[in-house]
Design a protein around this ligand. Sequence first.
Ligand SMILES: *Cc1c(COP(=O)(O)O)cnc(C)c1O
Length: 398
Amino acid sequence: MPGFEWFGEEERREVADVLGTGVLMRYNFDAPRQGHWKARELEAALRERLGARHAHACSSGTSALAAAMAALGIGAGDEVIVPPFTFVADIEGVLLAGAVPVFADVDETLCLAPAAVEAAITPRTKAVLVVHMCGAMARIDRLADLCRRRDLVLLEDAAQALGATFQGRPLGTFGAAGCYSFDFVKTITCGEGGAVVTADDEVYFRAQAYTDHGHDHRGNDRGAETHPFWGTNHRISELHAAVGLAQLRKLDRILETQRHHQGTLRVAAASVAGVKFRELPDPAGDSATFLDLLLPDAGLARAVAADLPKEGVDGAFYWFGNNWHYHRQWDHFKTGASPAPLWQQKEGLLDGLSTLDLPASDAILSRTVSLQIRLGWTPDQLATRADRLAAVLQRHLS
Ligand SMILES: *Cc1c(COP(=O)(O)O)cnc(C)c1O
């Protein structure tokens, strides 16, 4: 998964361009920057890589979600359907937009189940936020159809899925907008960074303005620009964009390495009777940041996840008990214990969250163990890891 493993001379060279001029800001300062526009170059490279009409780089994946929601007109009182297995940033983004998160179950893709989404629709539903978890795809074709049929906005969070595709098309380009993260542990990193992509000129215009206090960025005189609507500061710096630019050039090699490493571990795990894998609507499009195992029951999954690191197989995640990624640990916003309550809390719109219960998602996540794929394993380390993985699984499942 992490591009930080391959930080090197290429990144240092790009950053040195920026340090050489001292123009750390992405806008204006045209003369002193001596032709270096790293954020713009990153955006051009993303457009090309993703086949997207527009890409806007910003300060984080969370910022990208905030900008996308503002640009798509998701606001006060709107309901946004979200999965319970995601990164908590998606829920934060919905809340910051003034909207209300409505949870729908995931299925064995580990992403939103289309039937559960349909059942969660109410007259107040505005959007469906599909999160492509652990480097691979939701049932994006069916979810896109559903959104079209029910006249809902489709927003994609592809923060963990840069480079992944469904039937050849990049994840993040199916919805009205798609969001990416380049934080320190993502497939490529800027240190901190993110991006919104969209095919819609107006959505792009609003998203880029929203991340810079509503500036329209028409012309190059900051003083003469207008503010068509409000925004705040979610700008990416030139230093961060420079790192991302070097990292993006490595994406294909990263994907190739991840797929090779994941494939070896998959063969080892598949040799053990009873091991199943996460369902992939298009296996060829998996970016292979993780290998996701579905074990026969929760007790086995917990025991395997606990034993793997003892046997030298580190990077095993048991999401069911995880702080950041599964709703069961999110009392910090469910119970509303905040010094500055959100309007949604004051109005009681989040009261239902304190008793949120999703047994169908629990039944899947409690059996899931994900193995993080690293780039730096040598062939020997990979072979040893595969053997030990198979041995641990064999011991528990036989
Ligand atoms: C990392 C992540 C985000 C947020 O990205 P940041 O850049 O850390 O703000 C959003 N959604 C998912 C699924 C993520 O994994």
